[in-house]
Design a protein around this ligand. Structure first.
Ligand SMILES: [Zn+2]
Length: 195
């Protein structure tokens, strides 16, 4: 995979937006988990950075969100996302690819480009993958899916290598969809149950 020269294009950006829209639609079709009220769209703006890896994604920076329409409840429910990793400064794909670059050598035919992510940030993220993520309940619950077990010291490269799409964007989208339950606390239980 050519991670060192990877840059998201508009078709990749559209694919991720469609995945987020589909997750939101699935959640909106159900009712408010607190009171049974109707859920309305209540998106909010975000200003995440894509860096050199995903500058094109900065053009569409609304975090899809839902809000209960019943007066007195009005609770917010934030669907899982393949674009935003919580409140972090960088987009999910940017952090993922920056970490993959740190763990792999460029392909012989590849001209590396600047990821736009500071080395210190990448180090912090590799540490997150190899300690927080590797020690999470989410990882424990999904570990059985990977045989042989994932090599923790090579996360996230060891995880990405287990996904089958051969086109880099399609493979990243599949990995981000797998990780999406981690991007919400308000709707996580429901999404983990439905797989
Ligand atoms: Zn409600």
């Amino acid at each position: 995979m050519m991670w060192h020269s990877f840059a998201a294009d508009s078709s990749f950006s559209d694919d991720l937006l469609h995945l987020d829209e589909a997750a939101a639609a699935q959640l909106k079709a159900a009712s408010c988990p607190h009171c049974g009220g109707r859920l309305d769209r209540a998106d909010y703006p975000r200003k995440p950075r894509g860096g050199g890896i995903a500058a094109v994604l900065e053009e569409c920076v609304r975090r899809i969100s839902l809000c209960c329409g019943r007066p007195g409840c009005r609770r917010r429910l934030t669907p899982p996302s393949v674009r935003f990793l919580g409140r972090r400064v960088y987009l999910g794909v940017t952090l993922l690819v920056a970490c993959l670059r740190a763990l792999t050598q460029p392909a012989p035919t590849e001209t590396p480009t600047d990821s736009g992510v500071p080395t210190r940030t990448v180090s912090r993220w590799l540490d997150w993958w190899q300690t927080t993520f590797a020690g999470s309940a989410f990882f424990a619950a999904s570990a059985g899916r990977f045989v042989p077990p994932l090599e923790v010291a090579q996360l996230p490269a060891s995880l990405v290598a287990r996904f089958t799409p051969t086109e880099p964007g399609a493979r990243l989208a599949a990995v981000l969809a797998f990780l999406a339950p981690l991007t919400t606390t308000s709707a996580r239980a429901r999404f983990l149950r439905s797989g």
